[in-house]
Design a protein around this ligand. Structure first.
Ligand code: ZN
Length: 469
């Protein structure tokens, strides 16, 4: 979906438009130079109140309409680069309470077996009869306490007609079915489930398939305060939204060891793996992982051989080496996009070959869902037909070459108290070699989570911050 699709026709004199334009102007006036903290704290606070009254589409429209922000004199502050600019907009616009919607009238289009709702604002929505009957919210059809469907598929007439559709006095939509069963639907409930492209796009934004913001070496990693994330729902929500969209967020100010488990509790459950609930990345004798040495680690994702690789990774710096040990990350989805553009055949090979173990990239429905790549653990068993071995190597090498381009790699140095949180389905991370000294062991503590838990917490936080919508 391009940005064009998101943009509806808006009246430039509307309140939303003015607010968002004002917001974009405000961004141009931010002081230069200091950055990451601003991304998560100042900007999030500034952006949300204005944007939450509109929709992503409105924000998008208004931002486009007002053109590029004014450039202050001197170097362009990080916050005005296109990626960051978009990122800020998204961070602020993510949790959008819906405006109140009223039904003007409803009509049954019997031939098409569709109900048409006309809204007070002039818009229309269409709902197939079968879908309406399937989703009747009455106590006979839905167990409300579990939000679960009681109506069996075998009891659903998938060719049902309707007897009566009407708007009730309290602005709900009532349907009487041919068997005289009655369904009553709340206007907001219906509006949220509209089948239009725009409504579906908005819903996707709320769920798992939201827009992502690709980046390269110029990324200033979004940063938040660790304690704020622990104790303030708004900060936690901003953290998870940025994690979802940008793929990496830095938290500062975490004290002694044990914080990755604490941070995971903020969300839900840790993902238990072979390495334990949490694990210590340090130079170890008889290392059972290449990470547990002082050598460099090429860019990789963790646990790619699992059918369900851990979705999110936390790494907390307890002690840093005196020399070396810089961290590196790349945006694997951005690299995949580059590969698709520059070498479509290689992209096709990597995204379509069915590897039994460690597929390098997985693509479903023309959208890259997950990057699986770890050169250290890549198996010598390569279950592909003989003639596909060489194309596989050629394609993988093309991807890795893109990944290693300096313009794609973000390098940063973790210091004690820093926690990096990132999307392990998207980012590839690595480390430069370091000098290991017995009296100053480099030590990171790590933990994994699954995206399902993170998204669940995100939805709960969204409801608690913005009200149940
Ligand atoms: Zn019912």
């Amino acid at each position: 979906m391009t940005e064009e699709n998101l943009v509806g026709k808006r009246n430039p004199s509307s309140k939303h438009y003015r607010e968002v334009v004002a917001l974009s102007e405000l961004w141009t006036e931010l002081p230069q130079g200091n950055h990451s903290e601003m991304w998560m704290s100042t900007l999030a606070r500034v952006a949300r109140p204005a944007l939450q009254r509109g929709t992503s589409a409105m924000a998008c429209q208004a931002l486009r309409a007002c053109g590029r922000p004014r450039r202050p004199a001197g170097p362009l502050p990080y916050c005005l680069t296109l990626m960051q600019f978009r990122g800020q907009q998204t961070l602020g616009s993510a949790a959008l309470p819906l405006a109140h919607h009223s039904v003007r009238q409803v009509r049954a289009l019997d031939e098409e077996r569709i109900m048409e709702v006309e809204w007070e604002d002039g818009g229309h929505s269409l709902y197939p009869f079968t879908w309406l009957r399937d989703n009747c919210q009455c106590p006979l059809c839905t167990l409300e306490s579990a939000q679960a469907r009681k109506l069996l598929m075998s009891g659903l007439d998938i060719n049902t007609g309707v007897d009566v559709v009407e708007v009730t006095n309290d602005n709900k939509v009532s349907i009487v079915w041919p068997d005289q069963h009655t369904s009553v639907f709340d206007a907001e409930w219906l509006k949220k489930r509209c089948f239009s492209d725009a409504a579906r796009q908005a819903m996707q934004e709320e769920l798992f398939i939201n827009k992502r913001y690709y980046w390269d070496s110029k990324l200033h990693i979004p940063t938040a305060d660790y304690q704020e994330v622990l104790h303030d729902d708004k900060a936690a929500l901003a953290w998870l939204l940025a994690l979802r969209r940008v793929g990496i967020v830095y938290l500062k100010g975490a004290p002694e060891r044990g914080q990755v488990a604490r941070l995971a509790q903020r969300i839900g459950y840790l993902r238990l793996t072979f390495y334990g609930h949490t694990w210590q990345v340090q130079d170890k004798p008889m290392a059972n992982n290449v990470a547990y040495t002082s050598g460099g680690l090429s860019l990789h994702s963790d646990y790619p051989a699992l059918h369900f690789a851990p979705g999110v990774q936390f790494l907390h710096c307890i002690t840093q080496a005196e020399e070396g040990g810089e961290s590196e990350v790349v945006d694997g989805f951005h690299m995949a996009e580059q590969l698709q553009r520059e070498d479509p055949e290689a992209f096709r090979t990597l995204s379509s070959l069915q590897f039994d173990l460690v597929p390098p990239a997985l693509c479903e429905q023309r959208r890259v869902e997950r990057i699986n790549f770890n050169n250290a653990t890549r198996d010598s068993v390569l279950d592909v037909p003989l003639q596909q071995v060489q194309p596989f190597y050629r394609s993988l090498r093309a991807y890795v070459d893109i990944m290693n381009r300096p313009e794609n790699v973000v390098t940063y140095m973790m210091m004690p108290g820093d926690i990096v949180t990132f999307d392990n389905w998207r980012l590839l991370h690595g480390r430069r070699p370091y000098v290991s000294k017995p009296d100053r062991l480099r030590q990171l503590e790590g933990a994994y989570l699954d995206w399902d838990e993170v998204m669940s917490r995100l939805r709960i936080l969204r409801n608690s911050v913005h009200g149940n919508i």
